[in-house]
Design a protein around this ligand. Structure first.
Ligand SMILES: *[C@@H]1O[C@H](CO)[C@@H](O)[C@H](O)[C@H]1NC(C)=O
Ligand SMILES: *[C@@H]1O[C@H](CO)[C@@H](O)[C@H](O)[C@H]1NC(C)=O
Length: 383
């Protein structure tokens, strides 16, 4: 457990900019305990007619007429340093309202995830998740929205909020989309803290910054790795000082484009990221469409290339026969667990390279205690 916290922190230290220790003792950073509804967690309802004047929802006093006529409900969840008009909202909400007949709820928990308070932001996720679950339980209990109409779309820390919200839901959700779910402080620990395939009937995940802010391991029923995940084309040019944040943000950008793309983002199946790394993927394996219109029966990991600016989607890939090359190797098509073991090991390599100083270690011990405490928070349905 200690090693895990330590290693995930290092991933961030390595990235410089996003170092969570910056805010560890900042008096402006706070951890909220408490009840839902909470003033720091608000819900804003958008439809075509209210796109510029969203309705602030009261989870304890919901108005059924706000959700008439019945339409699918998309709930967008921002991440660290976000708010209701920040990614993924800024990219996805306008395209949804332009092209789909849906309601959109943008959650805003910005006060709980301000820069530089990453560690506290992670510790605030349980409260945010509880408040989100309360809203969903009340919407469904009161017959205002049907459970199977609800789809959560979470970016970064918001992906983990979606995963933790399910700990408090009375019914299993139909679909959750994780857009580059946050990695630091989520690598190990139990699945109740992290988005996983058990959290909804269908969980689709897009990974765009696998060596930095986002998870490398497969987490859903289907996982897509645009450009293999470590570096997105165009990001070095767009943001030379912090290409990682550009990589990370590509996930909601790709997702927004996938809603009305004419060619689509098509990925090709391969058993795992590591197998892809060593070049042993079949170039005739099945292809699947990534993003908003993904088929809900596809399973596995898929890899694709994109352009370096919009439109990013490149359409379907040509099938090339590389089976003679692959025949030299005997590989099982399953076994993507190797990626799960590989992710912490990768950070261990950073540890050796970096050899950090001892005083940091005390901070991490402290942090560890707090996180264990967070882990023990009750996970019960909430209304
Ligand atoms: C968020 O919580 C903090 C700490 O309790 C409080 O001071 C602040 O006013 C809250 N923010 C909002 C927008 O309610
Ligand atoms: C998709 O919709 C957005 C606005 O909602 C628009 O800017 C873009 O051009 C559209 N793309 C295509 C391929 O129609």
């Amino acid at each position: 457990m200690l090693l895990m916290a330590w290693l995930s922190l290092l991933a961030f230290v390595w990235l410089g900019e996003g170092n969570p220790l910056v805010g560890l003792f900042d008096p402006a950073c706070f951890v909220m305990r408490g009840e839902c509804p909470n003033k720091n967690v608000t819900f804003w309802l958008y439809s075509k007619s209210t796109r510029d004047n969203p309705i602030l929802l009261d989870p304890l006093d919901l108005n059924p007429w706000d959700f008439q006529p019945p339409r699918p409900l998309k709930i967008l969840i921002h991440g660290y340093t976000g708010y209701r008009d920040f990614a993924p909202n800024s990219f996805i909400r306008p395209v949804l309202l332009d092209h789909e007949d849906v309601y959109v709820i943008s959650i805003d928990y910005g006060p709980l995830v301000r820069y530089p308070c990453y560690v506290q932001a992670v510790q605030n996720v349980p409260l945010v998740s509880k408040c989100l679950a309360q809203l969903i339980n009340n919407l469904v209990d009161r017959g205002i929205v049907r459970n199977e109409m609800i789809h959560l779309i979470g970016f970064s820390l918001g992906g983990q909020v979606a995963g933790q919200a399910t700990n408090h839901l009375k019914r299993k959700l139909k679909r959750i989309t994780g857009l580059d779910p946050a990695k630091p402080l989520f690598i190990l620990g139990s699945d109740t803290r992290r988005l996983d395939a058990g959290d909804a009937e269908f969980v689709d995940v897009i990974h765009t910054d696998v060596l930095g802010r986002g998870m490398l391991r497969s987490m859903g029923h289907v996982d897509f790795y645009p450009n293999f995940g470590p570096q997105q084309p165009g990001c070095m040019e767009e943001n030379p000082t912090d290409p990682g944040s550009c990589n990370h943000e590509r996930a909601p950008r790709f997702y927004a484009e996938s809603i009305n793309s004419t060619v689509g983002f098509w990925g090709r199946q391969c058993s795992s990221w590591l197998v892809h790394l060593i070049g042993l993927c079949s170039t005739r394996a099945p292809q699947a469409l990534m993003g908003y219109h993904v088929a809900e029966d596809v399973k596995g990991s898929f890899f694709l290339k994109t352009g370096s600016n919009t439109p990013y989607a490149l359409g379907k890939m040509e099938d090339v026969d590389n089976s003679r090359h692959l025949a030299k190797f005997r590989l099982s098509p399953e076994h993507n667990e190797v990626d799960h073991d590989f992710e912490p090991q990768l950070l261990e390599a950073f540890l050796e390279l970096e050899d950090p100083e001892n005083h940091l270690k005390t901070d991490v011990d402290d942090l560890e205690k707090q996180l264990i405490w967070t882990d023990q928070a009750e996970d019960e349905p909430l209304s």
